[in-house]
Design a protein around this ligand. Sequence first.
Ligand SMILES: *Cc1c(COP(=O)(O)O)cnc(C)c1O
Length: 361
Amino acid sequence: MDHKRIYNFSAGPAVLPVKVVEKVRDNLLNFDGCGMGVMELSHRGPQFKQIIEDCEANLRELLSIGSDYAVVFTTGGATNQFSMVPMNLAKADGGAASYVVTGSWSKKALAEAKRFTETQVAGTSEDKNFSYLPKNLDIPQNASYVHFTSNNTIFGTQYQNEPEAGGNALVCDASSDFLHKKLDVSKYGLIYAGAQKNLGPAGVTIAIIRKDLLERAPDSLPKMLDYRTYVEGASLSNTPPAFPIYVVGEVLKWLKDQGGLDKMEARNREKAAILYDYIDGNDFYAGTAEKESRSVMNVCFRLKDENLEAEFIKVAGESGFNGLKGHRSVGGVRASIYNAFPKEGVEELVKFMGQFAEAHS
Ligand SMILES: *Cc1c(COP(=O)(O)O)cnc(C)c1O
């Protein structure tokens, strides 16, 4: 079998750590010597109980999550959270749900919230095609919550620090940068993230919720859209996405083995700097996001001659660099360099970019 892996810059589903993939492979037929494959375990059995408990415990350890927060494993992706958040957190006595609109995902989150509650836009960067993060937010008093997207996967912008929520519950879609660095969970009301960007395979979504907020949900909610069902049933009230949870658990162990989230952050910053320094240092390429808003996860850039972009993506593909095409809504090039993406791959890409520039100047 050919084990050669190419450099996968896909925005998601995305590259996983090789060590994790190898371990998962070894457990597909016989998990931990129990005689059954990991995908074949009952979610009520002792093996899976250990898997999901370890997964939550390691997540709590990595982020120092306090006991006043619940951790739940859901399905339906981050997109389902766009619905669950307003359904569960809208205050019964009014108070608009406030949204910071910094890209396609926050726009979708806002559109979904409108179906369930009053909304308000705290700030938007749509005037400049989401190339920056809006300052001077207009946060209402007594908002139900303030929602923002920590990393804008499509436009390549990212918050360095969370926006001020003015005393309201802060809700974060962290789907594309969750665990890329340590964050102070106690500043948040709710954090959610689909796994397939920076955490594991598609199929599971993690939400971290401050427990007092759970009481806002109306009793009329469908059971599977009520966070309390997941909290009270320890995410086992129905069959959970067992295999993705197992792989996420292995990624969390890998993060701990790498030295934890501060180490990961340093590595992520180093990788992004290699790429941005190169892009800034020549005039063949140009970054699309304003410098102070740039993402260390999704590096978006254009070729000065946009007519060459299709050729760039094609030759890159032939040279072992996959997934570089920018999102269909914005075009250009996007290099997604999540936790599991190796530094060598970034160095190799920069080399390739230099050769391509030389060949076409
Ligand atoms: C990918 C992504 C989503 C959508 O995730 P699904 O799992 O497809 O629902 C939402 N928000 C952000 C920031 C994303 O990157």
